[in-house]
Design a protein around this ligand. Structure first.
Ligand code: X8Z
Ligand code: ZN
Length: 614
C-alpha cells in the first residue's frame, strides 16, 4: 500500500485486514487471559484477512480514479466500507492483547493495527466511505467554466489548464481569474466535507483518540503532542531561511508587478507565486533569478522541444533507480499504469503511486507532460514504487513506510541528485547549454523546497484545528487565511467568499490525505541525501552531490527501504544516517551559500526599494 493511495487514509497501517470480528468476538474473547501465542495467532489471521480486503479495495479504487462514474464510485465505497469494517473490528479485538509480554514484532503489529478509525454503525460507515469517494471524485472532476462578456458560458477549464496559467502567465488579471475560478469550485462539496469530518471524528474517538487529527499525529512512534512539538521545533530551525527567501521574492515581484500590487512589507498576494496553492514557487524563477549572469538552461524547454514522451520521462526516472542497483520495473507496470491524461473520460489526475497486490503489481497514475516539474514528480512517484517493492518481503502490517514522511521522502531524495552534471550524463544538457551557477540552482531549489515548508505546516495546522472542533465550518476560510498569512506570508487576492472552502481546493483536503507527511519529508530528504552522499564517498558541498550510479549508496538506501515499517522510524533513520530525530540541519547546510547570498541581496534591495513608493 502506498502513502498516496486512499486506503491509507483511515489507518496508519492501511493494510490491516480483518477477521470477521464477530466470529472472533464470540470465540476468542473467552474470559481467560490470552497468551502470547494467542496474540500471534490473532495477528497472523488478521494480516491475511486484511491483505485480501486491501487488495480488493485497491483494485476498486484504481478503477474509479481512472474512470469516475456513479457506478465505479459506488463499487469503491463498498470495497472501502468492507475494509474499514474489518480494520475497525480487528483494532478493537487487538486491544485484548495490550499489556501482554510479547515479542517486539507482535507488539508493534498490534499497536499499528490500533491506529485506525472504528465506525461500528453499518449505515454511518457506508455513508462515510461514500462521502470519501465522492469528495475525491468531485475534486477530480471540478472545472472552472468562465462566463464570456455576453454572459454565455465559455469553455470549461480543468485543473491542469488552470495550473498552466498559474505557472506561465504574467498577467495579474488572468492569474487572479484562474485563481478565483478554481477556488470557487470547492464550495460545492463543503457540506460533504463537514459531514465527513464529523463521522471521521466519531470513528477516531471510538478508538480512544481525541479526534482524527490526534489519530494522524499518533502515527509517528511518539505521542501526538510530541509530534506537534517536533514540527514546531524544526519549523523554527528553518524559518530564518524561509523569511530570507520570502523577503527576496517579495522585492522581485514588487519590481515585476509594481508597488500597487505587491506591498513593501507584509504578505504577498497568493496568485503571483506561480502555483495554484502558492505551495512551491519554481515557476516564477524567471522573475526572481539573479540578474544578467544567470544561465538560460531550461529543462522544460529541452523536454518539450525533443517531444519527450510520458513513457520516456518514466524511463529516465527508472534509470536512476536501476543505476543504484535496484530492479527494473515489472512489465505489468508499463502495461497497467496511466501516464497521460485520457481525453474521453473523467480521471483523478493528481499523481499517485499504487501497490495493488503488495507483490509485483505496482502502478503510477499521472497525467505527465514534458516539463521539469513532472520530470521531478515522476522521480518522486517511483520513490513510492521502489519502497513498495523493497518491503514486499515484510509481513502485511509492516508493508508501509517507516512513517508516512519516509514514503514521501524517498523519491524526493533521488530527485535532489538531478544536478547539471547528472543532466549532462543523460544528454539532456549539452555543451552549448548555459547552466546556471550554484546560486542559480540553489535559488531554484529553494523556490521548490523551502517555499513549501510553511505550506505543508499550514495545511495540517488547519486540519488539526478542524478535527479538534476548534474551527467551525463558517470560519474555515478565516482560519485558513490567518494561518496562510502567519506561516507563508501570503494573502488572498480578493476578499473571502461567503461560506467559502478554500482549503478544499487542495487535493489532499478533499481526498483527506494527511499533509504533515510532506513537511517531514522535506526535512528528511536532506538528512537522507547527506547520509547517502557520505556513503558514496562524496565530500563536496551537499547541494552539488548526485548519487547517480553509486551502488554503495544504493545498497544503503535499499537496506532501509526493505525494513518497511518493521521498526520505529528513528531506528530506520539511524540505520541510514546515524541520526535519530527529525532535523532541519541538513537542509540548512544544503542551502547555506544561498542564505548568505539572500541576506546580502535583501540588504541591497531594501536600499533600492526605498525609491519604489507604494
Ligand atoms: O501529492 C504529492 C505527490 C503524490 S504523493 C504528487 N505531493 C504533494 C502535493 O502535490 O501537494 C508531492 C509534494 C507535495
Ligand atoms: Zn508522494
Amino acid at each position: 500500500m502506498t502513502s498516496s493511495s486512499p486506503a491509507a487514509r483511515w489507518s496508519r497501517v492501511a493494510t490491516a485486514a480483518v477477521l470477521s470480528c464477530c466470529t472472533l468476538g464470540a470465540t476468542a474473547f473467552a474470559k481467560t487471559t490470552p497468551t502470547a501465542q494467542d496474540a500471534e495467532r490473532f495477528v497472523k489471521g488478521a494480516e491475511a484477512r486484511l491483505e485480501a480486503l486491501q487488495i480488493k479495495a485497491q483494485r476498486a479504487e484504481w478503477v474509479t480514479e481512472n474512470f469516475i462514474t456513479d457506478d465505479t464510485q459506488q463499487i469503491t465505497a463498498e470495497a472501502n466500507e468492507e475494509l474499514l469494517r474489518a480494520s475497525g473490528e480487528l483494532a478493537l479485538a487487538a486491544r485484548r492483547y495490550n499489556g501482554l509480554k510479547l515479542p517486539a514484532d507482535t507488539a508493534r503489529k498490534l499497536k499499528l493495527m490500533q491506529l485506525t478509525l472504528m465506525i461500528p454503525d453499518d449505515q454511518e460507515r457506508a455513508r462515510f466511505t461514500r462521502l470519501a469517494t465522492g469528495l475525491t471524485s468531485a475534486y477530480g472532476m471540478a472545472k472552472y467554466c468562465p462566463h464570456k462578456a455576453d454572459g454565455s458560458q465559455g469553455t470549461c477549464l480543468p485543473l491542469d489548464e488552470l495550473e498552466k496559467i498559474m505557472a506561465e502567465s504574467r498577467d495579474p488579471a488572468q492569474l487572479k481569474d484562474a485563481w478565483i475560478g478554481w477556488h470557487a469550485q470547492s464550495k460545492a462539496y463543503k457540506q460533504e466535507y463537514i459531514n465527513y469530518v464529523a463521522l471521521s471524528n466519531k470513528g477516531s474517538r471510538a478508538m480512544g483518540f481525541a479526534d482524527t487529527g490526534a489519530l494522524w499525529r499518533s502515527g509517528y512512534d511518539m505521542t501526538p503532542d510530541a509530534f506537534a512539538a517536533d514540527m514546531e521545533r524544526t519549523w523554527q530551525q528553518v524559518r530564518p531561511l524561509y523569511d530570507a527567501l520570502h523577503t527576496y521574492v517579495r522585492f522581485k515581484l514588487r519590481q515585476t508587478y509594481g508597488p500597487d500590487l505587491v506591498p513593501a512589507t507584509g504578505p504577498i498576494p497568493a496568485h503571483l507565486l506561480g502555483n495554484m496553492w502558492s505551495q512551491s514557487w519554481e515557476n516564477i524563477y524567471p522573475l526572481v533569478k539573479p540578474a544578467a549572469k544567470a544561465g538560460d538552461y531550461d529543462l522544460s524547454q529541452v523536454l518539450a522541444q525533443r517531444g519527450t514522451s510520458a513513457k520516456e520521462m518514466v524511463k529516465y526516472a527508472e534509470g536512476f533507480y536501476t543505476s543504484l542497483g535496484m530492479e527494473t520495473l515489472p512489465d505489468s507496470f508499463w502495461e497497467r499504469s496511466l501516464l497521460t491524461k485520457p481525453q474521453d473520460r473523467e480521471v483523478v489526475c493528481h499523481a499517485s503511486a499504487w501497490d495493488i497486490d503488495q507483490q509485483q503489481d505496482v502502478r503510477v497514475k499521472m497525467c505527465i507532460r514534458p516539463t521539469e516539474e513532472d520530470f521531478i514528480t515522476i522521480h518522486h512517484e517511483l520513490g513510492h514504487i521502489y519502497y513498495d517493492l523493497a518491503y514486499r518481503g515484510q509481513p502485511n502490517l509492516f508493508r508501509n513506510g517507516a512513517n508516512d514522511g519516509f514514503h514521501e521522502a524517498i523519491g524526493d531524495t533521488v530527485a535532489l541528485s538531478i544536478t547539471p552534471s547528472y543532466l549532462s550524463r543523460l544528454g539532456l544538457m549539452t555543451a552549448t547549454d548555459k547552466p546556471g551557477d550554484d546560486i542559480d540552482n540553489l535559488l531554484m531549489q529553494a523556490l521548490r523546497k523551502v517555499a513549501f515548508l510553511p505550506f505543508a505546516y499550514k495545511v495540517d495546522a488547519w486540519r488539526w484545528q478542524v478535527y479538534a472542533g476548534q474551527v467551525k465550518p463558517q470560519d474555515y476560510d478565516k482560519v485558513w487565511w490567518s494561518l496562510s498569512e502567519t506561516y507563508q506570508g501570503i494573502s488572498r487576492p480578493v476578499p473571502m467568499q461567503a461560506d467559502g472552502f478554500d482549503a478544499g481546493a487542495k487535493f489532499h483536503v478533499a481526498a483527506d490525505v494527511a499533509y504533515a507527511r510532506y513537511f517531514v519529508a522535506h526535512l528528511l530528504q536532506f538528512q537522507f541525501q547527506r547520509a547517502l552522499c557520505r556513503e558514496a564517498g562524496y565530500s563536496g558541498p551537499l547541494h552539488s552531490c548526485s548519487i547517480f550510479g553509486n551502488k554503495k549508496a544504493g545498497e544503503k538506501y535499499q537496506a532501509m527501504l526493505s525494513m518497511g515499517a518493521s521498526k520505529p522510524w528513528p531506528e530506520a533513520l539511524k540505520a541510514m544516517t546515524g541520526e535519530t530525530q527529525l532535523d532541519g540541519g541538513a537542509l540548512i547546510e544544503y542551502f547555506a551559500p544561498l542564505k548568505a547570498w539572500l541576506d546580502q541581496q535583501n540588504e541591497a534591495l531594501a536600499k533600492s526599494d526605498a525609491t519604489l513608493k507604494r
